[in-house]
Design a protein around this ligand. Structure first.
Ligand SMILES: C[S@@+](CC[C@H](N)C(=O)[O-])C[C@H]1O[C@@H](n2cnc3c(N)ncnc32)[C@H](O)[C@@H]1O
Length: 280
């Protein structure tokens, strides 16, 4: 069952939260002059037209990238916003939004390697087409959990895995926790970033519980809310970062406070940044 298509949600508040975090993680990897590997279990198409039919059916990007694109959000947003600007032929007009594979490819240097998994046949073809001339990007039409695990541990041995499922089925939360356990047995020192939705049903809690007791860590949690937790729609966006770089918690606290001011509706709780598994 593959009905989810990210084009309906591209650039929404959750994408902003996830891609800002991703830009910090890639920036940190780029601080050292050593190559890295980047993996995605659920890649999407990497490039979204905000004037297209899908994006405009939901118009979710309006309570997302559109609200911060030209707002005075501060210098911690500079890198992320410059990435979004660079996909727009006229940077003064927000017409397109980059997906996570595009952000990673844009930040990659000579020697850095990228492997992307996308199972949906149409989305896969679009993704493959985007990177047909990028020698350092491999695109696979393969289950993301199985595909990424089979490539671990990687060479070079530093880098990041982004796990960004659609959580259409409830069992996916546990599947993510099981994947992390397996992947970290193969690649202990890798950084793992997991995105999850915050919904009234609270299904993410089981994943958090499993990860807390999985002997993997440290794990930083960053949750950002735009609606009351009683809302019937997605009320927030969560990120878990396993083996985060130094000071990521402080950066995420600062940007989440700004996002809260720019995007949150009345009744939304203030952002939460804490350690699900503490640093030793
Ligand atoms: C949330 S979207 C990814 C968005 C993307 N990471 C971004 O931030 O730009 C999830 C994608 O996973 C794909 N997908 C669903 N199940 C999958 C699986 N088991 N393995 C790989 N891809 C899958 C869907 O087709 C969809 O394109």
């Amino acid at each position: 069952m593959l009905s989810y298509q990210h084009g309906f949600h591209a650039g929404n508040f959750a994408d902003v939260h996830k891609h800002l975090t991703l830009s910090f993680l890639l920036e940190s990897l780029n601080k050292k002059n050593k190559p890295w590997c980047y993996f995605e279990t659920h890649a999407g198409t990497a490039y979204y037209d905000l004037n297209g039919e899908q994006a405009n059916k939901t118009a979710e990007y309006k309570q997302g990238i559109e609200s911060i694109y030209k707002a005075p959000v501060g210098e911690l947003f500079d890198r992320y916003l410059s990435l979004v600007k660079s996909i727009n032929p006229d940077p003064n007009k927000l017409n397109y939004y980059p997906g996570s594979p595009w952000i990673a490819a844009k930040e990659s240097r000579d020697g850095d390697k990228i492997a992307l998994m996308e199972l949906h046949p149409t989305e896969y073809q679009l993704l493959k087409g985007r990177f047909s001339s990028n020698d350092n990007v491999a695109v696979h039409n393969r289950d993301g959990y199985e595909g990424v695990a089979s490539l671990l541990p990687p060479k070079p041995n530093r880098g990041l895995v982004l796990i960004d499922p659609s959580y259409e089925i409830k069992s996916e939360y546990v599947q993510v926790a099981n994947f992390i356990k397996k992947a970290s047995q193969r690649w202990r020192n890798g950084c793992y970033a997991i995105w999850y939705p915050l919904l009234k049903a609270g299904n993410h809690r089981e994943m958090l519980h499993k990860l807390k007791f999985s002997e993997v860590g440290p794990i930083l949690r960053a949750e950002f809310y735009v609606k009351s937790a009683a809302d019937q729609r997605m009320y927030g966006s969560g990120m878990l970062i396993i083996n985060p770089p130094w000071q990521l918690d402080e950066k995420l606290q600062s940007v989440s406070d700004v996002l809260y001011k720019q995007l949150a509706e009345e009744g939304a709780a203030t952002p939460l940044i804490d350690w699900l598994v503490a640093e030793k």
